[in-house]
Design a protein around this ligand. Sequence first.
Ligand SMILES: N=CN[C@@H](CCC(=O)O)C(=O)O
Ligand SMILES: [Zn+2]
Length: 424
Amino acid sequence: MKQIDLLIYNIGCLVTMQGSPKPRAGTEQSKVHMIHHGAIAIQGEQIVAVGIEEEVRKSIQGLTVVKELDAQGCLVTPGLIDPHTHLVHGGSREHELDLKLKGVPYLEILAQGGGILNTVQATRKATEEELCLQAKRSLDLMLLFGATTVEAKSGYGLTLEDEVKQLRVAKQLHESHPVDIVSTFMGAHAVPVEYKGRSEEYVNLVLEEMLPEVKRLGLAEFCDIFCEHGVFSVEESRKILLKAKELGFKIKIHADEIESIGGAELAGELGCISAEHLLATDTEGIEALKKAGTIAVCLPATSFNLRLQKHAPARDMIESGVPVALSTDYNPGSSPTESLQLVMTLACLNLRMTPEEVLTAMTINAAHAVGKADTIGSLEVGKQADIVLYNATNLAYLPYHFGINHVHSVVKKGNIVVSEGKLI
Ligand SMILES: N=CN[C@@H](CCC(=O)O)C(=O)O
Ligand SMILES: [Zn+2]
């Protein structure tokens, strides 16, 4: 070891999340590993020492420290991970607010050609540059709110060309923005208008053309599908996810968001890495997830914004041993928010998760949900130095004082990219 490039010291409460080769489930979900008076030493992109400040300083004795960052006694956590977003899209849908207030259900708006299909129109119209600019604005906000890795789905193109356009934007942002992006192909997000009443043909297009081409271009690691009453059936979802698996994609599923049609059971049957939404999941669904080790990605900002009375049964899931992750579900319809901190509050209040369970859900479990737990999700020697410093001294303060941004600084791959709440 030649030198320390960055030493973060005087950390009042350092939450490391260390030691989770597997997603954390059951009582493990609340074990966050907290150190008081901590420090982190970084070389290049990696953590080389982490722990009690005195010990960290001893372990790096004699080495030149290039830069120091005084945490001023504050709370420090691993970089937050947002494992479910629809980051790249055209337009916005504030006009739906009126329909929502009149009580028109989400799936009804979609069935009338609005909702997702409205965003499909706007996304098809937009150029790659326009999509990139719009998504970058959101990605900047996500970073300011503490996210250092974000999953991003396609699914607003619904033609090969437009799906590839969205995925190319995600790739471009991954390469140019400090936030890392994990790409998911979601050509089966809705049946496009030109295939109305011919969903079988659209499913074939996804199977025969889109999936192989996206694979050939290497534009996505994951494949996802909206398995829901009136969107894609369990049979259609099985077909698409099986083909995706065969082609080497890792698989995810939007399951049981509005109705329980067996999406969670399918996730278990196919060994999905994660199943998302799960508001309507019942005991059998929870059991299927548990058996398969599938991560439940809960999206409380979506149920809040859709004004749903029901919430994902996160407590039952945790108590049954299903690992839970949390996400913004950032998208222009059901969850137009980039703030994982708002999600923290909603997860505590509506899903009855503790602040510790919430942090696990946004760090190590989210890292597993995007297949990156070997490099991110905890602060450990050898892991990527993705770190958040807050204007707070304890974990519970984050969900407690809601509606504001608590982030003071963000370190991404060893570089300070946010300081005093501003991008640098
Ligand atoms: N439910 C399906 N897809 C997105 C919403 C997309 C939209 O409304 O534009 C979700 O995960 O919430
Ligand atoms: Zn989604």
